[in-house]
Design a protein around this ligand. Structure first.
Ligand code: MG
Length: 290
C-alpha cells in the first residue's frame, strides 16, 4: 500500500486564546489541555482502493500488533464488587496482622487504633492512622461505618475522614438525617466540594467509598501547576465527578480552608480520629499513572 497524503494535527492556538481557554475550562472545572497527536493518511491498495488510516499518538487505530499496541494486563477481579482485585495493594483485610504490618500513627510509631471484629476502629485521642506505604495517584477502595449508637449531631456525629497523600480529606460523617454544612457532609472534599447527592446509609451500616485520585503537581518554586482531581462513588453512587480540587482541605478556622502547599509525589493513606469510634474495613489501593 502506498501513502497518498499525511496530515498531522494538534491544538495550535495563540497565547491569548490559551488564556481564554484556561479561563473557560477553569469555569468548567477542567484544565487539562493535553491532546493526543492525531495523524491521518490515505493509503491505496493494489486494486486502487483508498482507505483512511488514523494514528493516535503514533499508534494505528485497531492496531493488532501487540508489540506496537500492548494489550492491557489480565487481572482477576474480586469475586464480588468491592473485593480486592489481584493487582491491588491490600492495606487492611480485617486481620490484626495487616493492621500491624501496614499502619502506624503519624510519627511512624504503633497506632493506638484497634481491630474489633475484623474492623479497624478509631480510638479517641489515638490520633490519625496512616499507611506505611505511600501513594500518589491511585484508586482507593475503603469501607466505613459510623457508630450504630447515635451520639452528637452535625460534625460531632460519626466524624472521621479518609485522606489521600496524608492531607486531602474526603469527609466521613454520619450524614443520615444529620444536617451540617454541605461541604462538610459525608463524601465532601472537605471545605472544597460538596457531594452531588447524599448517599449515606443508616448509622452502623457498612458503606463504601471508591475513589479515583490524581495527585497535584507543583513547579520548582512550589506553585501548583496541575490540581488534584477526585472521582468518588459512595455506596456505588457517583458523588464527585472528576472534581478538580481547588486547594487544600485543612481546617483554617470556621469559614476558611488551607491552600495548596508543595509536597512530594507520594504520601500515605490516612484516616482521622475525630473522637468518634468510626470503623473501617476492606482497604485496598491500586496505584495509577499520573
Ligand atoms: Mg472529618
Amino acid at each position: 500500500m502506498k501513502t497518498v497524503s499525511t496530515l498531522t494535527s494538534r491544538f495550535l492556538v495563540s497565547p491569548a486564546s490559551v488564556g481564554a481557554f484556561l479561563m473557560t475550562t477553569a469555569a468548567w472545572g477542567h484544565e487539562d489541555l493535553s491532546q493526543p497527536e492525531i495523524k491521518k493518511e490515505v493509503k491505496v491498495d493494489g486494486q486502487g482502493r483508498k482507505a483512511n488510516y488514523m494514528y493516535i499518538d503514533g499508534i494505528k487505530v485497531h492496531e493488532t500488533d501487540t508489540s506496537k499496541q500492548p494489550l492491557p494486563p489480565v487481572i482477576t477481579p474480586g469475586s464480588e464488587v468491592g473485593a480486592a482485585p489481584s493487582d491491588a495493594v491490600v492495606l487492611f483485610d480485617g486481620s490484626e496482622k495487616a493492621f500491624k504490618a501496614n499502619w502506624t500513627d503519624t510519627k511512624g510509631g504503633p497506632s493506638k487504633w484497634k481491630v474489633v471484629n475484623g474492623a479497624l476502629e478509631s480510638v479517641r485521642g489515638g490520633g490519625y492512622i496512616q499507611s506505611k506505604q505511600e501513594f500518589g495517584s491511585c484508586q482507593l477502595h475503603i469501607e466505613w461505618a459510623s457508630p450504630s449508637e447515635v451520639k452528637g449531631n452535625g460534625q460531632g456525629r460519626g466524624n472521621s475522614g479518609v485522606f489521600l497523600m496524608g492531607q486531602y480529606e474526603i469527609q466521613v460523617l454520619d450524614s443520615y438525617e444529620n444536617q451540617t454544612y454541605a461541604d462538610g457532609q459525608a463524601g465532601a472534599l472537605y471545605g472544597r466540594s460538596k457531594p452531588l447527592v447524599n448517599a449515606c446509609r443508616k448509622p452502623g451500616e457498612w458503606q463504601s467509598y471508591d475513589i479515583i485520585f490524581h495527585r497535584p503537581h507543583f513547579d520548582d518554586s512550589g506553585k501548583v501547576i496541575k490540581r488534584a482531581t477526585f472521582t468518588v462513588l459512595h455506596n456505588g453512587v457517583l458523588i464527585q465527578d472528576h472534581t478538580v480540587l481547588s486547594g487544600g482541605t485543612g481546617w483554617d478556622g470556621p469559614h476558611s480552608i488551607s491552600e495548596y502547599k508543595a509536597h512530594g509525589n507520594k504520601g500515605p493513606i490516612a484516616m482521622q480520629d475525630h473522637g468518634n469510634p468510626v470503623r473501617f474495613r476492606n482497604v485496598w489501593v491500586r496505584p495509577l499513572k499520573d
